[in-house]
Design a protein around this ligand. Structure first.
Ligand code: HEM
Length: 163
């Protein structure tokens, strides 16, 4: 979470709001921070543009030393390991819905279609920038996640009863 401190807001973007994490299970707000705050890395200025391209994330996860002196570890397995199938996503979304997250009740086929479409878009974009991978690799899912950070839709407050 981006704190309300001026240096945080200047460096990472607008401070985090409680509503942005309302559906996080478990909640992960805390004071421990090793690398920079990533809460708005997909939309730091609020204009819908990410801080980094897909290709930047691809290279950076392979070798964070593209930033001189970085102590971030390499994540080589993201480029070889495959993501879970849509079948396991169906079960995960069912648990999230049980906890109150308003995910639609997708079928396995619908989820497979959504995941596949988004993954192929990212892979095509990466190829255009000279980075080769396949849609079913973990790096593609991680890039999708990172580029989503900070792009949350406004959470409509639940109306409370008035006396
Ligand atoms: C899946 C895990 C991780 C992801 C997705 C990730 C992603 C990123 C990204 C996107 C940046 C650039 C942030 C910016 O410029 O605003 C960054 C920077 C950084 N990360 Fe990570 N990171 C991960 C794990 C780690 C770990 C485990 C460490 C340390 C033990 C770490 C330490 C750093 C540091 C110190 C920076 C600052 C720039 C640099 O020195 O590279 N990261 N990370």
């Amino acid at each position: 979470m981006i704190r309300t401190l001026v240096p945080d807001v200047l460096r990472y973007g607008d401070h985090s709001r409680l509503g942005e994490s309302i559906y996080d299970f478990p909640h992960q707000w805390g004071s421990k921070r090793t690398g920079p705050d990533l809460a708005r890395v997909g939309n730091p200025n609020g204009d819908g543009n990410p801080k980094y391209s897909n290709a930047w994330h691809f290279q950076h996860m392979a070798n964070p030393r593209m930033i001189e002196g970085s102590n971030m570890p390499n994540y080589p397995w993201l480029f070889t390991q495959k993501t879970e199938s849509a079948r396991s996503l169906v079960a995960k979304l069912a648990v999230q819905r049980m906890l109150g997250v308003p995910y639609p009740d997708y079928t396995e086929a619908e989820l497979a279609e959504i995941v596949d479409t988004q993954a192929k878009e990212i892979v095509a974009d990466l190829r255009g920038a000279g980075a080769q991978t396949e849609p079913d690799r973990e790096i593609v899912a991680l890039i999708a996640y990172l580029q989503k950070l900070g792009k949350y839709e406004t959470v409509t407050p639940v109306k409370t009863a008035t006396k």
